[in-house]
Design a protein around this ligand. Structure first.
Ligand SMILES: *Cc1c(COP(=O)(O)O)cnc(C)c1O
Length: 223
């Protein structure tokens, strides 16, 4: 049976291969190991293998396992990649180092207020609903320019880039290309895009952060 550490090495090798293939600088794409639904015991071997950047999609779940892991391992960088409720902003700012899912003014303001209170200035990505799917979080492509301005200039958040989750049934490339175009016209350098099934394609379209879960940790069990 292959282990999470074997799969981590394979993903890292594939990521370096994609960088070379698509003329990206070596090690220029950050690998976020998405550990949602997995226990601290599943995550520890991946930490021991040297991985330090992780993603979680639920604040409550992350609060349960990461404080202990942070005591045992230095330099952990934890990214929030799931939807955020404003009543969880306090815990999110205390638990995470980077937020990928800013998607409405209320959340932007709640995050900024908490960051000021906790003297933390977390880099933030704005989530864009590139497929304009009604059930999916994120700012519609046509509204992103105004929202970036509002978040950076009015609210005062440190907006560093954009994030998207393409519709499952569509080819991801056009969504990645759209995200790259919107980021560029807004002067944003970072792109959080690409998951287990499509991260090499995301690298081709300029991803700076790929969020890879099942290809490292195995299939998730939600029961
Ligand atoms: C779960 C999740 C991922 C990782 O998905 P895999 O297909 O397991 O790689 C990436 N991004 C977000 C926002 C997620 O919720």
């Amino acid at each position: 049976m292959t282990s999470a550490t074997d799969r981590l090495e394979k993903v890292k090798a594939d990521l370096r291969g994609a960088e070379a293939e698509f003329n990206r600088d070596d090690e220029s794409v950050e690998l976020i190991a998405v550990s949602k639904t997995f226990e601290a015991d599943d995550i520890r071997p991946v930490l021991l293998a040297g991985q330090r950047i992780f993603g979680e999609n639920r604040v409550q779940e992350a609060m349960g396992k990461w404080p202990g892991l942070r005591q045992a391992f230095d330099e952990i960088e934890l990214h929030l990649i799931g939807p955020l409720q404003s009543n969880k902003a306090k815990e999110a700012v205390a638990t995470f180092d980077v937020i990928h899912t800013v998607d409405r003014p209320k959340i932007a303001k709640a995050l900024k207020a908490e960051m000021d209170r906790q003297s933390r200035n977390l880099p933030c990505f704005i989530q864009v609903n590139t497929g304009e799917e009604p059930q999916k979080a994120g700012i519609a492509p046509k509204d992103v320019d105004a929202f970036v301005k509002e978040c950076s200039e009015v609210v005062g958040l440190n907006i560093v880039g954009l994030m998207c989750i393409p519709p499952v049934e569509e080819a991801p490339g056009e969504h990645f290309a759209l995200l790259e175009k919107i980021a560029k016209r807004n002067g944003l350098g970072l792109l959080s895009m690409g998951m287990s099934s499509d991260y090499p394609i995301a690298v081709a379209f300029g991803a700076t952060h790929v969020r890879v879960g099942s290809a490292i940790f195995g299939a998730r069990d939600y029961t």
